[in-house]
Design a protein. Structure first.
Length: 368
């Protein structure tokens, strides 16, 4: 067996541990998962009601173009439907974009320490990946612009950035786009868009007319609470969408997922509530971390990257034994950090108590 050259040394994605795994392995009963930036409040109750309506249609293939969902999204965003592509999670849209545009020898530009799928998909297509280190946890757009040349086929920007939660501003994005050659596609991944509270955050949609090579990604996996259903989408120029659609699997988004996303979109009050609760959770977490003198990145997402000043695996294992699953920074390129998802008020309390114990244990705060 000989897989193609490009995939031979590709690392396999390591997901965070599941609740059941941790319960079984450590013999715990009360475990919370704050590792994958899922919505701790679940999803809108409208979704549960809508799903049963599909009961009699499950034997049928789904509508490949997801027309209802696209129409609703187009309406919600104020764009035409021909500017939308729906994916099996935005993960799939990342794959479709890479398959559509990349050939061996093409160059892809990404930040160094960002969402890993951009790089992985580029490698699978045989492209060369240039990584530009973050500057104070932020995309260094000026340095990224200096790295652009005629070979640069794709640029990936993650805003807010996962795992740091940092953003670049509208002005910074415009200034970057002005330096990008017309032939270079720029993808902005806004998976955490609905959590953002900073007024300087880009209005990326408004830039699409001026920069037709822009692709914008959003998802139903984060604030909409539908990670299990796998629905994400891309917004781009109709010609770009047309090309992407050639590559898309005909039935890539299943019937229940389309219905779930459609219903979740109708409940913007749920989204608003989750946004507010996330900000309140962050305020509490910041307050405690400041009190303990613990460094972290200010985030516009629903997660915080915290410097534990310990080997990340050690901090991760300590919290795991307390029944709190976080993400170790080791695999994220931050070897002394953990990334924790903002949970429910109860989960946040629980995390902070366990984290304080960790700091006492490592003598970073005084034992009472
Ligand atoms: C979670 C996440 C995604 C993946 O979203 P899916 O729609 O679940 O595939 C994409 N980009 C970033 C930055 C994420 O954090």
């Amino acid at each position: 067996m000989k897989p193609k050259e490009a995939v031979r040394n590709l690392p396999i994605y390591q997901p965070g541990k599941s609740l059941d795994e941790v319960k079984q392995e450590l013999g715990l009963t009360d475990v919370i998962k704050l590792a994958s930036n899922e919505n701790p409040f679940g999803c809108s109750p409208k979704v549960w009601e809508a799903l049963s309506q599909e009961r009699d249609a499950l034997a049928l293939y789904p509508d490949g173009d997801a027309p209802e969902l696209r129409r609703a999204l187009a309406n919600h965003l104020g764009v035409t439907e021909e500017r939308l592509i729906i994916g099996n999670g935005s993960d799939e849209v990342i794959q479709i974009i890479s398959r559509t545009f990349l050939e061996a020898g093409d160059v892809v530009l990404v930040a160094e320490r960002t969402f890993p799928r951009y790089k992985t998909q580029a490698i699978i297509e045989g492209a060369t990946v240039i990584e530009v280190p973050l500057k104070k946890g932020k995309h260094d757009l000026e340095e990224m612009a200096r790295k652009l040349n005629e070979k640069t086929k794709l640029v990936w920007l993650c805003n807010p950035n996962n795992p740091t939660g940092t953003i670049f501003t509208h002005e910074e994005l415009v200034s970057f786009l002005q330096k990008v050659p017309e032939e270079t596609i720029v993808v902005v991944d806004e998976a955490y868009y609905e959590y953002v509270a900073d007024a300087t955050f880009p209005d990326t949609l408004s830039l699409m007319a001026q920069f037709p090579q822009l692709i914008l990604l959003r998802t139903f996996s984060k604030i909409y609470g539908l990670a299990s259903f796998r629905v994400g989408y891309g917004i781009a120029h109709p010609e770009v969408i047309h090309e992407l659609t050639r590559v898309r699997e005909p039935f890539n988004v299943n019937r229940l997922a389309q219905r779930a996303a459609y219903s979740a979109l109708q409940d913007q009050k749920f989204v608003q509530d989750c946004h507010q609760k996330n900000r309140a959770g962050l305020d509490l977490i910041y307050r405690k971390l400041d009190e303990w003198g613990c460094p972290y990145f200010h985030t516009q997402g629903n997660f915080v990257l915290i410097d534990t000043k310990l080997p990340a695996e050690e901090a991760y294992q300590f919290l795991l034994r307390k029944g709190v699953i976080v993400r170790s920074g080791q695999a994220l390129g931050f070897p002394t950090y953990i990334r924790v998802t903002v949970g429910t008020p109860h989960q946040n309390q629980r995390f902070l108590e366990s984290f304080e114990e960790l700091l006492r244990f490592s003598k970073q705060v005084e034992n009472k």
